[in-house]
Design a binder for this molecule. Structure first.
Ligand code: NI
Length: 185
């Protein structure tokens, strides 16, 4: 099932999402639906709040980047109840986009490495380290379950420049090649 994608301005994107209790929901089915939704929108990550569900879960698949980035093949994962335990290394800038903020890209600084605790769709538990582009994709999606958007990381000056575009998105005027949810405010 393909969900419509919730856009900038919807309060669910600003809310800290709740932990999922085991057997509370069918995380296998939901992760399949989230992958389907993400692929239909040509995304490399999708967090549950972006389909209107305020729960701590996100999916990533960076394998489409394997031509331009190292070690991306097979980087397809489901993160349930993720907790970033540590972030370290130099900050580096990269132009990020977000399915919930169509047609806007901005340079965002993020630390190089992280250590994260999470469960997968089979409730297997992991504590793993990621770096580079993998870490960045995880940091962006992790922000979503914390109620943070990449626009929260840009300077007030840059944000002022984007204000008109962001307002249009929140009013449902954004155009995308994938289905957007009607704005809720
Ligand atoms: Ni995003």
């Amino acid at each position: 099932m393909i969900y419509p994608i919730v856009v900038y301005g919807d309060p669910v994107l600003k809310k800290k999402a709740k932990e999922i209790a085991k057997d509370e929901i069918d995380v296998k089915k939901l992760s399949e639906d989230m992958f389907e939704t993400m692929y239909a929108a040509s995304g490399i990550g999708l967090a549950a709040p972006q389909i209107g569900k305020s729960i701590r879960m996100f999916v990533v698949d960076g394998s489409i980047l394997e031509e331009e980035e190292e070690n991306m093949e097979g980087f397809k994962k489901v993160f349930i109840n993720p907790r970033i335990l540590e972030e370290e290394g130099e900050e580096w800038a990269f132009e990020e986009g977000c399915l919930s903020i169509p047609n806007i890209r901005e340079e965002i600084n993020r630390k190089e490495k992280l250590r994260i605790h999470y469960f997968d769709e089979n409730w297997e538990e992991y504590e793993e380290e990621f770096d580079g582009m993998k870490a960045r994709i995880i940091q962006h999606e992790y922000d979503h379950v914390e109620g943070i958007l990449f626009t929260d990381h840009i300077s007030p000056f840059k944000k002022r420049l984007l204000k008109g575009k962001l307002t249009n998105i929140s009013k449902g005027k954004a155009k995308a090649s994938y289905r957007l949810a009607a704005p809720k405010r």
